[in-house]
Write a protein that binds this ligand. Structure first.
Ligand code: FES
Ligand SMILES: [Fe+2]
Length: 396
C-alpha cells in the first residue's frame, strides 16, 4: 500500500489565518494592545437593577456586578472579583451578599462599600465603573485608565425636540458574534434600507460633519415618494413583509397624495457605542427617535440594545389623547422595528465579520467610508489600528 504523506503546498502554508482566529492570535501576541473603544455603553435595563440583588455581567471582557444602592438610589457597577483573594461576589449565583448597599464577599466576609468610594472620588480597592441612567437604560463608562477623570457623558438627547413629548420603549435585540461596527454603521449604510428592508430607494446628499471635539458625527438621508415604486421588484431578497410595508406607504385605492418625503432621517454617531437617529415620517403622521446601542462583551461578541421614542406629528390639545396616539405610534413602530432590526438585519450581524478592511466602496457608500474612518480613528488606539492592518472582510 502506498501511503503518501506530503507537506502542504507552499501556497497553502502562506494563507494567513483569518477572522476570529487571526484576531485572537494577534491579541495573544500583543497583550498590551487594547482591542476596545473607550466611552459610555449600555450596561443593563434600569428597571432590572435592584437594591437587594447583584446582577453579574461581562462588560468589555471583564466580570462586573451591578446593583442599586439603597441610600442614594445610584446604580453601582464594580469589578465582580473580590480584591482579597479574588472570589466572585456572586459565587453562590443567587444575587446575595448585599447588606444595606455594602457588598460582603461570600468567601472571607470582607466588606466593601462602593458608595463611599464614589463619594471619596478617589480610587479605592474596587474598580468602579461610573454609571448614568437614560430613558430606561443604565449606561456605564469603560475607560482604559479608570483612575483618570471620567470621560464626559455624551450628548445622548435630541436638543431640537422636547423629549418629554415622546413615549419610550427599550429592547435587547440580541447577543451577536461579530464586529460591533456592523449595527452601528447601519444608518451610514443607508442603501441597505432598500436592499434589506424593502424601503423606497434612499437619497443622500453625502454631507458628513464631525463635532468640534471629534466624538460625534452627523449626516442625513431621505426616502422619497417618487421612489416608492422601487420598493420591491428590483430587490426580491428584501424583507419578507415588504408588500405590507408598501401598502402602509401607499394604501391601495388611496386618493391622498403622498408627501414628497416619506421619511427624513437625521442620524448621528455619538461616541463609539451609540447611533441615534430621528425618523420624521409624515405619511404615517409620526415622529420617531431611535437609539441603537452596542456594547462589547468580548472582542468577538456584542449585545445590541435599542430605545425607541414616538409621538404624533400633529399635536393634540388633550394630554390623554396625545398619550394614547403616541402609544399607538410606538407600538406600530415597535412592530416595524421587530421586522427590520429583529428579523432582517441579524443575518448580517451574525456573519463572522471582523474589522472592515479596504472595502470596495461605490459612489453611494461615501457616508459609510467617512463613518468607518471616523469611528476607527477616533475611538481605538493607534496600536490597535496598526495591529489589525491586514484584516480583510471575513464572512466565513
Ligand atoms: S476572597 Fe473575598 S474576602 Fe477573601
Ligand atoms: Fe437594517
Amino acid at each position: 500500500m502506498n501511503i503518501m504523506v506530503g507537506k502542504p503546498a507552499a501556497a497553502e502554508q502562506q494563507v494567513p489565518a483569518r477572522g476570529r482566529k487571526r484576531l485572537r492570535d494577534l491579541l495573544l501576541q500583543h497583550p498590551d494592545v487594547d482591542p476596545y473603544p473607550e466611552g459610555w455603553f449600555v450596561l443593563e435595563f434600569a428597571d432590572k437593577v435592584r437594591t437587594d440583588r447583584l446582577i453579574s455581567k461581562k462588560f468589555f471582557g471583564q466580570d462586573v456586578v451591578i446593583y442599586r444602592h439603597p441610600d442614594s438610589g445610584q446604580v453601582i457597577c464594580t469589578q465582580a472579583h473580590c480584591p482579597h483573594l479574588g472570589a466572585h461576589f456572586d459565587s453562590y449565583k443567587n444575587g446575595g451578599c448585599l447588606e444595606g448597599g455594602i457588598m460582603v464577599c461570600p468567601y472571607h466576609h470582607l466588606r466593601f462599600d462602593p458608595q463611599r468610594q464614589i463619594e471619596n472620588g478617589r480610587p479605592g480597592p474596587l474598580r468602579i465603573y461610573p454609571t448614568i441612567e437614560y430613558h430606561g437604560f443604565v449606561l456605564a463608562l469603560r475607560q482604559r485608565d479608570w483612575t483618570a477623570p471620567p470621560l464626559p457623558v455624551p450628548n445622548l438627547g435630541f436638543s431640537e425636540v422636547d423629549e418629554d413629548d415622546f413615549l419610550y420603549d427599550t429592547q435587547s435585540v440580541g447577543v451577536f458574534n461579530g464586529d460591533m461596527l456592523v449595527p452601528l454603521m447601519a444608518n451610514a449604510d443607508y442603501m441597505h434600507f432598500q436592499t434589506v428592508h424593502g424601503t423606497p430607494e434612499p437619497v443622500c446628499d453625502h454631507a458628513f460633519s464631525v463635532s468640534p471635539d471629534g466624538r460625534e458625527c452627523y449626516f442625513s438621508f431621505e426616502l422619497l415618494a417618487r421612489n416608492v415604486h422601487k420598493v420591491d421588484e428590483a430587490y426580491p431578497r428584501a424583507g419578507r413583509l415588504r408588500g405590507l410595508r408598501r401598502m402602509f406607504a401607499r394604501p391601495p385605492g388611496s386618493k391622498k397624495a403622498l408627501p414628497e418625503v416619506l421619511t427624513r432621517v437625521t442620524a448621528a454617531g455619538i461616541g463609539p457605542g451609540l447611533a441615534k437617529s430621528r425618523w420624521w415620517e409624515p405619511q404615517f403622521g409620526i415622529d420617531l427617535l431611535s437609539w441603537l446601542y452596542v456594547t462589547p462583551i468580548d472582542p468577538f461578541t456584542y449585545e445590541l440594545f435599542m430605545c425607541h421614542g414616538a409621538r404624533t406629528i400633529k399635536a393634540f390639545k388633550t394630554r390623554p389623547v396625545q398619550k394614547a396616539l403616541n402609544a399607538v405610534g410606538l407600538q406600530a413602530h415597535m412592530f416595524a422595528n421587530h421586522l427590520y432590526v429583529g428579523q432582517e438585519d441579524p443575518p448580517f450581524y451574525t456573519a463572522d465579520k471582523l474589522r472592515l478592511y479596504q472595502p470596495a466602496y461605490r459612489a453611494k457608500d461615501q457616508i459609510i467610508d467617512k463613518y468607518i474612518g471616523w469611528w476607527k480613528s477616533t475611538f481605538f488606539t493607534p496600536e490597535f489600528q496598526r495591529m489589525i492592518e491586514g484584516y480583510d472582510l471575513d464572512f466565513s
